[in-house]
Design a protein around this ligand. Structure first.
Ligand code: FES
Length: 353
C-alpha cells in the first residue's frame, strides 16, 4: 500500500501572484517515477490537525525534475501555507504519484491531442503536453486554457516558450472571462456555445484522437458533452476532476439512497495483509471507521474524487455515495472508494491493496 515519503523542497518560484511552482527532491526517487498527468498526495500538520491535499505534477517526463503547482484558494489552509510559508530546504511528505489521467505516449502515430484546462487545472495538462511534444515528434497538441484574466494565467511564459519551440505542433488558445480580447470568441466562459464556435472555426474536431479536460466540474461536464456532441467517444475523453467543488454541495440521489440503506456492521479491514475487526456505526463510512480505530488507511480528498482510499470488498455489501474516480470495470471487480462507502450488510470484509 502507498506510504508517505520525505521530499525536500529545492526551489520555489511564483508563476502568478497567488500560485507557486515547487520543485521537490524525493529521498526515494524510484517511488516518484511519475506518469504525466499524475498527482501527489501531501500531508501536513496544522496546529495538531493533519490535512491532506492532492497537487498535480506539472513537470514533463523528460524535464528531469519533480515539480508541482499550487494555487492559493480562498480559505485554503494548505495552499495558503504553501504560497506564504513554505521555504526551500523544507521537507514535505507525499505518497508516490497516483492517478490515471493519461494515455500512453506512442511515437510515430501522428496523433492530434486537444486539451482543455481551467485555472490551476493546467498543471497535469502541462505535464502531458510537454511530454507529448517531446516524445511524439509527429503529434500535435491544441490547448484551450480558460482563466479569469491575463494575471491569472499560470505558466503563461512557459506556454509561450513551448509555442515557439514547437511551432506548428503546439497551439494555445486563451479564453479569458473578464479581460476583453481582440476576438469575442476568446472572451467569456468556455460553455457549450463557445465550444461549438471553437470547433467550427479553430479546432478540427474530427481529427482529434484524444481530449484531456481538467478544471472545475461544471466546465468539465460542459466540455465533455460538447466533445461527445461533436463525435468523440467516451474512451477518447480523459478528465481529471478537482475536488474543492465537492464541499457544500447538496446531497446527491446516490447519497440519499446509500444513507437510507446503511446499517451498522461488524467489519474486518485488511491493511498490508493484517486484518483488524472494527465496528462500523450506521451511516459511518469505511474510511471513517478505519481512522476512528487508528488504522493507517490511505486517503486524501475524502470527496470521492481522487481514488487514494480505494479498497476491495471481499465479503458483504456496501453502497457508494459518490464515485468520481473509479472506472466501471473496477467497480465490477468489487473496488470501492472507502471515503464514500457505507455498509449495507451486517458484516463486511474489505482490503486496502
Ligand atoms: Fe479521495 Fe476517497 S479519499 S476518493
Amino acid at each position: 500500500m502507498a506510504r508517505f515519503h520525505d521530499l525536500t523542497v529545492t526551489d520555489i518560484h511564483k508563476t502568478i501572484r497567488d500560485a507557486v511552482v515547487v520543485t521537490l527532491k524525493p529521498d526515494t526517487p524510484d517511488d516518484f517515477d511519475f506518469t504525466p498527468g499524475q498527482y501527489l498526495t501531501f500531508k501536513h500538520d496544522f496546529e495538531g490537525e493533519e490535512l491532506r491535499r492532492n497537487y498535480s505534477i506539472c513537470a514533463g517526463k523528460d524535464d528531469g525534475i519533480l515539480q508541482i503547482g499550487i494555487k492559493r484558494v480562498d480559505g485554503g489552509t494548505f495552499s495558503t501555507w504553501a504560497n506564504t510559508d513554505l521555504q526551500v530546504g523544507d521537507t514535505l511528505q507525499a505518497m508516490p504519484p497516483q492517478g490515471r489521467f493519461h494515455t500512453p505516449n506512442e511515437a510515430g502515430t501522428g496523433k492530434n491531442y486537444l486539451g482543455f484546462a481551467g485555472g490551476s487545472g493546467i498543471t497535469p495538462v502541462l505535464s502531458i503536453l510537454k511530454t507529448v511534444l517531446k516524445r511524439e515528434m509527429d503529434s500535435s497538441f491544441t490547448l484551450v486554457y480558460a482563466n479569469r484574466g491575463v494575471n491569472s494565467i499560470m505558466f503563461r511564459e512557459e506556454l509561450e516558450d513551448l509555442k515557439n519551440t514547437y511551432m506548428g505542433r503546439f497551439n494555445v488558445i486563451h479564453v479569458l472571462e473578464s479581460d476583453t480580447q481582440e476576438a469575442d470568441l476568446f472572451t467569456g466562459r468556455v460553455d457549450a456555445e463557445k465550444c461549438k464556435t471553437l470547433f467550427a472555426k479553430w479546432i478540427d474536431i474530427a481529427s482529434v484522437d484524444t481530449a484531456y479536460i481538467c478544471g472545475p466540474k461544471p466546465m468539465m461536464l460542459t466540455i465533455s458533452a460538447a466533445l461527445k456532441d461533436h463525435g468523440l467517444s467516451k474512451e477518447q475523453i480523459k478528465f481529471e476532476l478537482f475536488g474543492a467543488e465537492q464541499q457544500g454541495r447538496a446531497k446527491s440521489k446516490a447519497e440519499v439512497v446509500a444513507n437510507a440503506r446503511a446499517v451498522g456492521a461488524e467489519a474486518s479491514i485488511i491493511i498490508d495483509g493484517t486484518a483488524r475487526s472494527v465496528t462500523i456505526a450506521k451511516g459511518q463510512t469505511l474510511l471513517e471507521a478505519a481512522l476512528a480505530h487508528d488504522l493507517d488507511a490511505p486517503f486524501a480528498c475524502r470527496a470521492g474524487v481522487c481514488s487514494t482510499c480505494k479498497c476491495k470488498v471481499l465479503e458483504g455489501e456496501v453502497d457508494m455515495r459518490a464515485n468520481h474516480a473509479l472506472e466501471d470495470y473496477e467497480v465490477e471487480q468489487g473496488y470501492v472508494l472507502s471515503c464514500q462507502s457505507v455498509p449495507v450488510s451486517a458484516t463486511v470484509v474489505v482490503e486496502y491493496e
